[in-house]
Design a protein around this ligand. Structure first.
Ligand code: MCA
Ligand code: AMP
Length: 501
């Protein structure tokens, strides 16, 4: 099974252990044979709609078994999947659809934003509530040739510093390499069941949660989204052995467990990633749940890069060491030369898990790879004397709120379209629940406008998590001698030119 695509692993288990549970959702259990059959049903449907090898199929679906079946069905038909947050609005959708140019867009019948944004060329396929749990009839998967390892499997969009999202292209080989490193490091076996409450449209939920489950022949319990109370209830089930979350989820689990009670759980591994886990949350969780959270570090372009050990010391505030088969180092940001332990520089990673490049964007791809194959993550950090990596910051202006990424420029462009806004700057402010929240400093003209109106304006054009949680009306933005806005000053000095508006 060494470098087989994940879809081929699914077909393998469907033959070998057809009746083994794969997805548990609500009161339904979907076996390996049923998921593979439904994926084949989707593949047949996509082919009937004219999908060719190498085409793109966009999925804008909520967390349902149909998402997972359509995902593997698209790959079985030879297409690459484009992941779309079903909450995206026109600004985000227009860019994603015109850039990835999918042949088909799959969305639910209530998602008006995507159904109206899809152009005739990317025909919307409307998923209506269907009698089949996985959204397609069970079909014989042996009539399809699984894709080859080098073929394109996934395009996951990740915002660039310019504010325009770029599609990170993964082949089947990079996804499999990623998955095998994770299985090995975290001792994932077919006896495991993952409580999966992360969104499937990001690499965390899909590339780690779903791929890891299928690749190890294990099972997952799928939820529409995270809810701390439901999570605590479900942890009572002895079948559940794994939980993966972003730090906000752990903050909320602690908060609810303190108010109610800590469940008697059988979870052998709690993993945190996508944003920094505070040592306080690590300690509080260990005291309450009797388990140390394993923190790891990943990226859409690379999948998983660094992990604290499964056996051995899980060091709070550290993201651990490279996964098996991968390399990581710290380099000087100017010279690109490796730095000794203790010195802060840029984190670079290398290995078979890396993406192929940005979709139709060789310039952006060239900018992030060195000649000898190292990927510049844009994250800053250092290695301590024991080889544990620590992240200290980012070289770009990303805000991570609840594990969702927000690029200031994208929000600023939308705010600037409001007739009352003269100029604005968006920056991150620490938040005990979400890690960071986006705040906008806004200079307005004489037209009266309230903070609520500006926030509502952003909600109209962008996914809700990107809306500024606070608007500061200021008389001017801090700029350096070159006229560039100094976001760090806004972030550090709450009273900067605060006006009385
Ligand atoms: C929340 N929202 C969602 C979801 N969760 N939209 C779609 N799918 C979801 N699963 C919406 C909310 O409805 C809300 O919109 C808006 O986002 C902001 O929510 P907020 O008030 O901030 O909080 P929340 O709704 O309580 O959600 C907190 C959360 C959520 C549960 C922690 O942020 C979450 O699921 N985060 C996980 C993100 C993730 O998986 N990131 C991985 C990317 P409205 O106000 O309209 O209701 S990084 C990655 O993949 C790399 C590889 C890595 O290292 O992992
Ligand atoms: P994305 O582009 O959505 O894949 O987000 C990747 C970014 O999330 C990384 O570049 C980091 O900045 C951040 N990230 C992921 N895991 C961690 C972690 N454990 N600690 C700190 N930052 C993290």
């Amino acid at each position: 099974m060494s470098s087989l695509p994940i879809i081929a692993t699914l077909l393998h288990y469907a033959r070998r252990t057809p009746d083994r549970p794969c997805i548990v959702e609500d009161r339904h259990t979907i076996t390996y044979a049923e998921l593979a059959g439904a994926a084949a049903g989707w593949a047949a449907r996509f082919q009937a709609l004219g999908v060719q090898r190498g085409d793109r199929i966009a999925l804008a679906l909520p967390n349902t078994p149909a998402f997972i079946a359509a995902y593997f069905g698209a790959q079985l038909a030879g297409a690459a999947v484009v992941l779309i947050n079903p909450q995206y609005r026109h600004t985000e959708l227009n860019h994603l659809l015109s850039d990835s140019a999918p042949t088909i867009v799959v969305a639910t019948d209530d998602n008006e934003a995507i159904l109206s944004a899809a152009m005739p060329a990317n025909r919307p396929y409307v998923l209506k509530p269907s009698a089949e749990l996985c959204g397609a009839p069970i079909t014989d998967p042996t009539s399809f040739d699984p894709p080859a390892a080098h073929e394109m499997a996934l395009i996951a969009y990740t915002s660039g510093t310019t504010g325009r999202a770029k599609g990170a292209v993964h082949t089947h080989a990079s996804l499999t390499a990623n998955c095998d490193a994770v299985l090995n490091a975290w001792q994932w076996t077919e006896a495991d069941r993952l409580l999966l409450m992360l969104p499937l449209f990001h690499v965390h939920g899909l590339g780690v949660g779903v791929h890891g489950t299928i690749r190890s022949g294990a099972s997952l319990e799928l939820h529409p989204r995270f809810d701390a109370e439901i999570a605590l209830q479900r942890m009572n089930d002895p079948a559940i052995t794994l939980f993966f979350g972003v730090p906000t989820m752990y903050v909320r689990l602690i908060e609810v467990a303190r108010r109610s009670e800590v469940p008697k759980h059988h979870i052998r591994l709690f993993v945190s990633g996508s944003a920094p886990l505070s040592p306080q949350t690590f300690a509080d969780f260990a005291a309450l749940f009797g388990q140390q959270i394993l923190e790891r570090y990943g990226m859409t372009e690379t999948g998983m890069n660094l992990t604290n050990p499964y056996y051995g010391e899980r060091r709070p505030g550290s993201v651990g060491m490279p996964f098996p088969g991968q390399e990581a180092r710290i380099v000087d940001r100017v010279t690109g030369q490796p730095l000794p332990a203790g010195q802060i520089g840029e984190i670079q990673v290398r290995g078979p898990h890396l993406f192929q490049g940005y979709w139709r964007n060789p310039t952006a791809t060239a900018a992030v790879f060195t000649a000898d194959g190292w990927f510049n993550t844009g994250d800053l950090g250092f290695v301590d004397d024991d080889g544990y990596f620590h992240i200290t910051g980012r070289s770009h202006e990303l805000i991570i709120s609840g594990g969702f990424n927000i690029y200031p420029r994208e929000v600023e462009e939308v705010l600037a379209q409001h007739p009352a806004v003269v100029e604005c700057a968006v920056y991150g402010q620490p938040d005990p629940d979400l890690g960071e929240i986006p705040v906008a400093a806004v200079v307005t003209n004489e037209q009266p406008v309230t903070a609520d109106e500006l926030i509502a304006h952003c909600r109209q054009y962008l996914a809700a998590y990107k809306r500024p949680r606070r608007i500061r009306f200021v008389s001017a933005l801090p700029r350096n001698a070159l006229g560039k806005v100094q976001r760090h000053l806004l972030a550090g000095e709450a009273s900067y030119h605060e006006s009385s508006l």
